[in-house]
Design a protein around this ligand. Sequence first.
Ligand SMILES: Cc1cc2nc3c(=O)[nH]c(=O)nc-3n(C[C@H](O)[C@H](O)[C@H](O)COP(=O)(O)OP(=O)(O)OC[C@H]3O[C@@H](n4cnc5c(N)ncnc54)[C@H](O)[C@@H]3O)c2cc1C
Ligand code: SF4
Length: 334
Amino acid sequence: MKPEQAYACYNINKDVRLSSSSGAVFSSLAEYVLKQQGIVYGVKMSEDCYSAKFTRVTDIGGLVCLRGSKYLQAKVGDTYKQVKEDLIAGKFVLFSGTGCQVNGLKSFLGKEYDNLFCVDVICHGVPSPALWKKYAEYREKENGGKLKNVNFRCKDDSWIDFGMKEVMEKISKNEAEHIYISKDKNPYMQMFLRDYCLRPSCYECVTKKEKKSDLTIADFWGIKDVAPEMNDGMGTSLVLIRTDKGQRAFDYIRSITEVKEVSYEAGVKCNPAEYKSCVRPSQRDTFFDDMQAMSFEELEAKYAMPIKYSLRTRVKNKIKNIAKSILQVIVGAE
Ligand SMILES: Cc1cc2nc3c(=O)[nH]c(=O)nc-3n(C[C@H](O)[C@H](O)[C@H](O)COP(=O)(O)OP(=O)(O)OC[C@H]3O[C@@H](n4cnc5c(N)ncnc54)[C@H](O)[C@@H]3O)c2cc1C
Ligand code: SF4
């Protein structure tokens, strides 16, 4: 479903951007709504950190817990009902979630509301909450502590090569330890990125064909080739405008963002999750059976071992890297 306009964009507030997954466009849009005494609905981690759930935010301070992607299926609970009550009370409402959650809200409401603004994220798929809980408990046992918070998209190393940062409260020492694990070494992220643990509907996502949001946000993978001047390594968002309401909101936030218009094709070239579902791995059903029967360590050994590249691929990658370094030296010398 082709949108009306596409942009590369990032929030000019560096701190907000570094604590967001991409270019922090979500925070700019949320501020736009809150400044009009509106209400923002988005996803935060639960207090025990074992699940993710929708929450209702009415002030800018409340946005902190909504920032960042939580890579597990979020509980909707009675959120749709709350949104409806706010809409009927005449509040300006921003609802943000995955495409199927936005479409689900629209079906629940059964009619269009002028005061509803919906934002979805380009969505690869959502992992099983049961797997997340199993992982969190395993990490707590391993570290002798309590997981207090998690950043699934920590940019300490880089935006593209991100890692997971866990805040683990050490009961014995009465202090919190911050543990960073690169996505390539984190078993939970590997099970997610290898598509083993997604909801069945994510492999046949009907939302890709019909998006009912006003605006879509995503990582602008491939920005270094499309608009290198918009790539400073701290995260750039892709913004897809789907309605006039989406365009009005985007025009409003332009003063607090850096923006460059791009073609839709260039925007999604490295982001196939916008238009196609991921392939269901042949081991997907066995994975879920094993998840019930095995410990997390056993699951890790079976499904999240580092990928072993063939000698041919390793040599090819090495040559590519050498060629890249030589090119950088030549360009730098010019
Ligand atoms: C499960 C999942 C899969 C994704 N897959 C892709 C992908 O394949 N390609 C891509 O480009 N981008 C993907 N994204 C989106 C991307 O990671 C960023 O969330 C998005 O670019 C917005 O970033 P931001 O910096 O503007 O704001 P951020 O502050 O990072 O994003 C916050 C927004 O994400 C929402 N959110 C966070 N966790 C969840 C959740 N579990 N369920 C529903 N909504 C949630 C919040 O409500 C809020 O709207 C995915 C996000 C999620 C949650
Ligand atoms: S991939 Fe599709 S079905 Fe799965 S969570 Fe995302 S939008 Fe929903």
